[in-house]
Design a binder for this molecule. Sequence first.
Ligand SMILES: [Zn+2]
Length: 483
Amino acid sequence: MKALLRRATALSLFGLGSLALAATPAFERAPWFEAFKARADDIALYRFLYAMPKGGDLHHHLSGGAFPEWYWSLALAGEEDGYRYRTKVRINDCAYGTDEFSGQPYLLYFHTISEDRWAKLDGCRQGEYEPLEALSPAQRQAWHDALVLDQPHEGRSEFFEAHWARMDDLLANPKLVAELVALNLKHFAAEGVHYLEAQVPLFSLATPEGEPLPPEAGLAAIRARLREPDLAGLPISFRMQLSVLRFLPNAEAALERAYALAARERDIVAVNFVGREDNDKGYPLRFLAPLRDLRRRYGALPLSIHAGEVDEPNQHVRDTLLLGAQRIGHGVNLIHDPDTLLAMRQGPYLVEINLISNLLLNYVDRFEDHPFPEYLRFGIPVALSTDDRGMWDSTLTDEFFVAVKHFDLSFEELTALSRASLTHSFLPEAEKAAVLATFDADLRAFVDRFQQGGLGAAAPEARPPYRGFICRQYQLCPPESAP
Ligand SMILES: [Zn+2]
């Protein structure tokens, strides 16, 4: 019996039985990994997890997933194509009684706009902005810091109400959006990620003069960039999702526009709803009739929808499954909905878990309060993802590190997370099978190298970036910086 179990686990880890493992709690613990964890310090564990082949990042906002230094250099590079930017570095008290609760508050430093929009401001307001290239070193540092949640007082409101408002016109340039795809693919490939399914901003594109551009302009720029040799050879697959800001008055029209585009374009695989869920103008069942109507007219599209990223116990996850979602983004409050938990156990639906996001946006006070380990060990398919990792200054490796540190994951569980992310991806079936086979082979080779020669053999080239989150929280920092 024991031999049979061992064989079943081996099969699960590397092939035949692994589809079942994705949805089944794994009780076995590979002794070699337990022994490694027992003797490894944080640096060794992080290096292992960085080099370890991983599945996909299924929950990734391209705009929030980009690091400030990428925006900075791409904004300056956009000058070649006529895109010039200015950012607000002072408040001249040009007006009183401004709407500070709109999407564009007046009292907001480092709000970045196009030169064209700046030229249309009155003289007083023009004096509040400086060209990016003219910022002093201190202003430039503050511009970067203003896009990252790195202070104890920053949390949900800073993220939802300030970060996105600051970026504003930065996302107008289709080439910049395409380059964000390129940078993401390179960085994810470097940490062993095999697939990226990103929510891409295609409905905010414009010319340098502010004339709206169709989403097809963004698609063309992204596809052209993907064909360039530095990306074409990368061992990572890529697909796009479109997102709809759920609480706006025109969300139904935005949904229709996104759904119709996704139905036409094969590399757009899903539609998502985004935006803070504690704004109940975007409650899930608002979209029940519109989605049924869209399915009738365009056919069924895959849906991955944010739900349960909220403090209040409610039935948003159940309601979102009723919308037709195959995947749930976050699902933090699913733990309070026993009927839906039972329905999802061993089920076909996956919860995209974003540990760092949920901590920094205060949906949990401590990682120990997160329901992720219960979902995983109760048998609900889950995968780790990064959400807006540019704003956390983190990586997918950080998510795995947090999971192992706080929940003592087994190697079987690590493997199940990666395999679940691929089996629940919205890749076409043939490509999904190919990516899974590559992932399994890469993981097997990694484990073989590790078992024969230790970390030095398994990860000889691993140069983890140690970004801000992991440096601040765990003192894993680049050699030249301190937390
Ligand atoms: Zn998200």
